[in-house]
Design a protein around this ligand. Structure first.
Ligand code: GAR
Length: 217
């Protein structure tokens, strides 16, 4: 139903949001979203999992949740644009309203970003713009910051550079290792990502230039 975040023209009537989740790994975020969709806490339909790593645990999670998966190997395609055209067809076939990147460890090209700009979100394990990239938690720990966190943002063509929708802090504790820190970050992610998806479903997220406002309920 919904063509994206709210514009200044006002809100659209909320309805069930058709989402596709893109993931490359374990899929704890996928699980949190699928669980809330199944219990009715989130008014969304998880229509599709897209996974670029055959063998990733998230594929098993999708099977158990009854979510169809499209699994592919990037090396089977000539270029990123080639496989993204295939992915775009899948998204269109299933009339996907919102693309949710949840540990999808690949940069996207304009083939996907342009048609879905404002309708594609990502979660990242740091307080952006600090520590973008593939090891947000490790990089924060190594740098020695006292507080890191989680960011949910719209996806643009950069690496973790899109307009920020929500952030939650996670304090670094004495003696933290990468594993203990990631575990606490994951706890925050499992709560924050479904919350932001709920805001999107309710038509409460307004994007203007690179500023995002979340409208009151
Ligand atoms: C999450 O912590 C997510 O923030 C991170 O990958 C993890 C995936 O975990 N994403 C990035 O680092 C993106 N730059 P999961 O597979 O258990 O959901």
């Amino acid at each position: 139903m919904m063509p994206g975040p709210q514009t200044e023209q006002g809100r659209q009537a909320p309805g069930k949001l058709r989402i596709a989740v893109f993931a490359s790994g374990s899929g704890s975020n996928f699980q949190a979203i699928a669980d809330q969709a199944a219990s009715g806490q989130l008014d969304v339909q998880v229509e599709l999992l897209v996974c670029d790593r055959p063998g990733a645990y998230v594929i098993e999670r999708a099977e158990k949740a009854g979510v169809p998966a499209f699994v592919f190997s990037p090396k089977d395609y000539g270029s990123r644009e080639d496989y993204e055209r295939v992915l775009l067809d899948k998204l269109r076939e299933r009339q996907i309203d919102l693309v949710v990147l949840a540990g999808y460890m690949r940069l996207l090209t304009p083939v996907l970003v342009e048609p879905y700009y404002g309708r594609m979100i990502n979660i990242h394990p740091s307080l952006l713009p600090a520590f973008p990239g593939t090891h947000g938690a490790r990089d924060a720990l190594e740098y020695g910051v006292k507080v890191t966190g989680v960011t949910v943002h719209f996806v643009d063509l950069g690496m973790d550079t899109g307009p920020i929708i929500a952030q939650e802090p996670v304090p670094i504790q004495e003696g933290d290792t990468e594993d203990t820190l990631i575990e606490r970050i994951h706890q925050v992610e499992r709560e924050l990502y479904p919350r932001v998806i709920g805001w999107m479903q309710q038509g409460r997220v307004q994007l203007k230039d690179r500023k995002v406002a979340v409208l009151a309920e």
